[in-house]
Write a new protein. Structure first.
Lengths: 261, 276
């Protein structure tokens, strides 16, 4: 019966988010921005002669939509729940709060994958670029791990937002620094050396490099090792998110402090 | 003269509305939040575009950095679209409609915080970040660029208000309009690549936007072309700044008409209703 209840909570979260997504045009901003961003990045990449720069320019709008929508939505979820005073009800409900939140973030993250398709269409139709994936297996695995990692990070941030006065400030600040450190637009070799260790810790930078390499015709160097490293980072992030949420929920139930934040 | 004299009353309304704008700003940002969170974020955006330019070459990196530094004036002032619509969310719009004053001074003052923030962030990006990409500044180029930036920020604020008035009729699209407009401006104002890479009509639209001329002025004043050195041309830069001013005056007229239109359409559309 408990499993049934949890599954219903999960599906309920998905259903609620899908309805909200269809009704609020504001949430689709990233999907309308993606083709424009693709035009901006591809026009710059056209001046470059390297093929991997073009690949990166095609992938970047999709990755930005993925990260942007997940980050934006996990912040808004908490802002709305605080504004409408539903956060207290959610915490008092006899289901796993995290499961409802994960379901809602996952729906938005899945919708954001359209950004990749839009960017590829712009590259093909407006810029006449050859769009294709040479190593489909590696590409799909890397994309899957990137999606799971993004959900996990968004979930971890939503814990932070529960206790923060202004989630919007974090939302605004976490976009471009992450794009830069993760090598979404330019290879990490172009960045200063002291930034590299930060990139090694970012699941996103592993994902970006794997996606770029898997798109090109050359064999992907040590693909399985890199995928395993990424899997380890994503797993670590998921465990950290789950533990933080559990502790945060327990603490707020004990102190009853949520409504006063 | 007292406050009942129409012109002075307009000024008083503008000042009161500006005080409201800065009060809003203090709610959104603390000093530390603005410096680390917001300034840090927009400077990284400039670095992001600058490093994209590096993929082509150091000259292109300088070109793109200057463009994206000036584009912060648009990024910031376009937030006036959102803050204009906040009046509707707060339920104060019906009161403003029935007040014995024009909507114009109210809304010019209402979002003025973004103008100041935009001027600050774009100045830091232009004068402190661009040297990282080998842009060299001289006293005369700084004076020309600073005056271009000031005029550009004011003009882009008026540009944003023109849209803000109309978005008040449909406030749920405020974020969408502001974000999409910014990306369109990046393309049509030549922020990252020269406008002549696009079809001719893009250039015609770009000519009407103050930022296009401000970006051109800054590049002429520093002698930066798409592939590097283009030779410093202060005279041409000053001519571009005059264009910024002319386009700004045109957008002031458009913004004023937009609020006139809002005054006429608002009551019919339900925007002036107390119930949302």
């Amino acid at each position: 019966l408990k499993v049934l209840g949890e599954t219903r909570a999960l599906l309920g979260g998905c259903r609620l988010e899908a309805i909200l997504l269809a009704r609020a045009p504001g949430q689709l901003t990233f999907l309308i921005s993606s083709p424009l961003l693709a035009v901006i990045l591809l026009s710059l990449a056209r001046l470059s002669t390297s093929e991997s720069d073009t690949t990166r320019a095609i992938l970047a709008p999709g990755l930005i939509a993925l990260w942007g929508m997940a980050l934006g939505r996990c912040g808004e979820l908490i802002i709305e729940a605080k504004r409408d005073a539903t956060l207290e009800l959610l915490l008092a409900a006899p289901v796993n709060v995290g499961r409802v939140l994960v379901a809602r973030i996952a729906v938005v993250t899945t919708a954001s994958l359209l950004g990749f398709l839009e960017s590829a269409l712009v590259a093909k139709l407006l810029f006449g670029e050859r769009v294709g994936v040479a190593h489909v297996g590696v590409f799909v695995c890397a994309l899957g791990l990137t999606v799971v990692g993004t959900c996990a990070l968004a979930y971890l941030l939503s814990v932070l937002f529960v206790f923060s006065r202004s989630a919007r400030q974090y939302q605004n600040s976490l976009s471009y620094p992450i794009y830069l450190v993760s090598g979404i637009a330019v290879p990490l070799s172009l960045l200063p050396g002291w930034l590299r260790p930060l990139s090694w810790l970012s699941y996103l930078s592993w994902g970006v490099n794997l996606l770029v390499d898997a798109s090109g015709p050359a064999p992907v160097e040590s693909a399985s090792g890199r995928l395993l490293a990424m899997l380890a980072l994503v797993a670590l992030l998921s465990v950290a998110s789950a533990l933080s949420m559990r502790r945060a929920v327990a603490a707020s139930r004990r102190t009853g402090s949520i409504g006063r934040v | 003269l007292d406050g009942s004299e129409p012109r002075l009353r307009g000024l008083n309304v503008f000042l009161a509305s500006s005080a409201n704008a800065f009060a809003d700003f203090r709610v959104v940002y603390t000093w530390r939040g603005w410096l680390i969170g917001w300034l840090g974020r927009v400077l990284t955006q400039v670095l992001f575009y600058g490093s994209l330019g590096l993929l082509v070459g150091p000259g292109t990196a300088a070109y793109v950095t200057l463009g994206s530094a000036v584009s912060l004036t648009a990024l910031e002032t376009l937030q006036a679209i959102q803050s204009t619509t906040w009046e509707r969310g707060e339920g104060t719009l019906p009161l403003l409609f029935s007040a014995p004053t024009s909507l114009w001074p109210i809304f010019v003052g209402r979002s003025v915080e973004w103008l100041l923030s935009g001027l600050l962030t774009s100045s830091v990006a232009l004068f402190l970040v661009s040297p990282l990409f080998n842009v060299r500044w001289t006293a005369s180029s700084v004076v020309v660029a600073a005056s271009g930036l000031l005029l550009c920020t004011v003009s882009m604020y008026l540009f944003a208000l023109s849209f803000g008035a109309l978005v008040l009729l449909r406030p749920q699209v405020r974020n969408l309009v502001a974000n999409v407009l910014y990306l369109c401006l990046v393309i049509i104002c030549g922020v990252t690549v020269p406008i002549d890479m696009w079809p001719r009509w893009v250039g015609v639209v770009g000519d009407a936007i103050p930022m296009t001329h401000a970006i051109e002025a800054v590049r002429l004043a520093t002698g930066v072309g798409i592939h590097g050195g283009g030779g410093v041309r202060i005279g041409s830069a000053v001519r571009e700044i005059v264009h910024v001013g002319l386009a700004g005056v045109a957008w002031a007229l458009v913004a004023r008409s937009s609020f006139g239109l809002l005054r006429r359409l608002g009551p019919k559309s339900g925007a002036a209703s107390m119930v949302e």
